[in-house]
Structures are given as C-alpha cells and as structure tokens.
Design a protein around this ligand. Sequence first.
Ligand SMILES: [Zn+2]
Length: 367
Amino acid sequence: MARYVAWIAETAAPEKRSPVFVAYPAGFDFLFVYWYLIRFVGKSPFSHSALDVKTYSMAMLKCGYREAGKRNMPKRWFDPHPHTHVALDDAIEQGALFCKHAGGEPTMTTVAPYNEFTPLAVEAAQKVFVLTGAGISAESGIRTFRDANGLWTTARLRLPGARSTPGRVSRGGRRVAGGWRKDAELVWRFYAERRAQAKTCAPNAAHAALAALEGKHDGLFLCTQNVDPLHERAGSRRAVHMHGELFKSRCESPRCDSLPFVDAGEYRTAEQIPRCRCGARIRPHIVWFGEVPFDMDLITDALEACDLFVTIGSSGAVYPAAGFARAARAAGARTVYVGPEAPENARAFDECRLGKAGEVLPALFVR
Ligand SMILES: [Zn+2]
C-alpha cells in the first residue's frame, strides 16, 4: 500500500493536483481501498471521497440512477477490455470507460431556431432513421387525436396518441377492445370522420423532402406514428406505419387468415360495417391503445444500426416511440429533433431544431 501511495504521489505530482478515486461502484470499491490505506499507510491521498462512475453516467446521460447502468451507456464509451474481476484488468476497463466519459462528445442538448444549425450531411453509407409524428401531419391540416378529443372520449376509446384524460384511469387495452366490442358503430363513425377529413388533406413540403431523400438514399428508414397516407401521397414507398393505416381495414378475428386490405369506405351505421368471408366484422387497421405496434422487430434493428436519428413533430409522450431517440443514442447515433417546440423527451436529443417541419425539412439533409 505504501508503494501504491508513492506511485500515486509521483503520478499526480507534476501538476500538483489532488488525485480523485474513481470506481464503479464507488460505494463498494472505495470502502476497501480507503480502509487499506488508513490501516497500512495511515492516510488516504484521495481524502475521504470517491467519484462513482454510475452516478457520473447518470449526469452524462441525463437519466435516473437505475437507468445509468452499462446496458444504457453508449457503445462508444467502451474499449474492448475484458471484465475479469482481476483487479488490474477491471481497473484498466473502468479507467478506459471513465476517460471516454470525460473526453466524449457533449451530451448536452442544443435547443435553437432551425436556421442556427448547419444542414445534416448524409454520407452514402450512413443509416438514417426518421420518425415522424402528429406534427408533420398537423401542418397538412390532419386533425390530431387531441383535436378530436371530444369524439374519442365520447367513444370511450383509448387510442394511440391520446393521452389519459382527467379523471379517467387507463385500463390498458381492455377499454379499446371493450369499446369496439360494445360499440363498433361508434368506433367506425370515428374512423369514417377521420377518413373523410384525411381525403381533403395534401402532403406538405416536409413529406416531399422525405420522399426525395428516400429516392436518393437507400439507407433511409422512415417510420411514422401517423396513420394518414401523406407520406405515400408525397411519393414515399417504404414508410413503416407502426400505428397502422387509416385507409386499410382488416378482419377483427385474430384467428382469420385474411390480410389487411386498402379501404376508403366510410361506415357510419352498424348495417354498413362490412363482414369478412369468415363472418367476423371488418375493423380499422389501426393499433389501438394496449395493442402491440406493428413491425417492432424491423424498427428495433433499424434503431440499433442507425448513424443518424431524426424525429419530426412527435411530442415525445407516446411510448414506445418516445423511447426511440434514447435507443438510437445508446447505439451511437447522433440524435436530432425537428418541431416548433422542444418535445417532452428533449434530453434524448443532441439537437432540437425549432421550426415548422415544412420549413425545416427541404434544407435539412445534404446528400
Ligand atoms: Zn375473417
């Protein structure tokens, strides 16, 4: 221990700085080291305190303590050192992690008007994940679920994009299934209104910019929380609709082997609701609250592979989509938000570029 203290003194001396003990977890590792120092040397060059790697990560990642574990740390923080429980191996591993921490890119979120940022340069080999939310459609006049509040609360439905309403406790998916079972007519009337309204809306410059990017960049993965067809109408061919599609319907029976089909019908009475050839009713091809979003396997793979993650007009309040930015960042991607105001999950982004999607998108990507 005396040689250890001498080595530390020698290492720290040139700059006359007091050394700081860094450990993971400090509360455990430093307890022993401190006791050895006092027992065998009579003093601690570190004083009585240590810096805990996990606590430090919590500050860097801007998340809770329990979330700040190795699983959620970005891969770029790790060198390929083994964790062997041999003191020297683990010290090297943790030292490398701490150096990456301290020298890593800033994880502060820059929030500013969009024209204060330079465009995003997209290299041919880069994987770009774009998530679009209600904001991009609202600029085309599509009513959001919040606007349609009266309608869906009357229907006693819980729908994707709809947050809990005051005085009403969520019962998960049961309410939607219950709503559909109890009053399919009311559910269909809701979607008939939405279909009628969506038919009057046209894609905007943001949809067009994403369709243009798809045309020249194979590495684009476009995922939308929106059920409207504005991406397709703008020319996108590979949009993944995680919450379903307004202009598709399917059989309500999970045991039926018929496939979802294109359907622009507006069914407003029980008699108008079509039947499948199996006899069950036809329902909207929409992911209701409590149902599993579509294509989560594809989405998860694309998040892990992406170099650049861009969210456009999503409030950051609806999971699982609200967690995509953090997942992409953990996989090492740069994360960018575009919308008129910073979202609820703003801290998961490196940059929040404030502005309307239709104004920001045409000049956002340089390819
Ligand atoms: Zn059927």
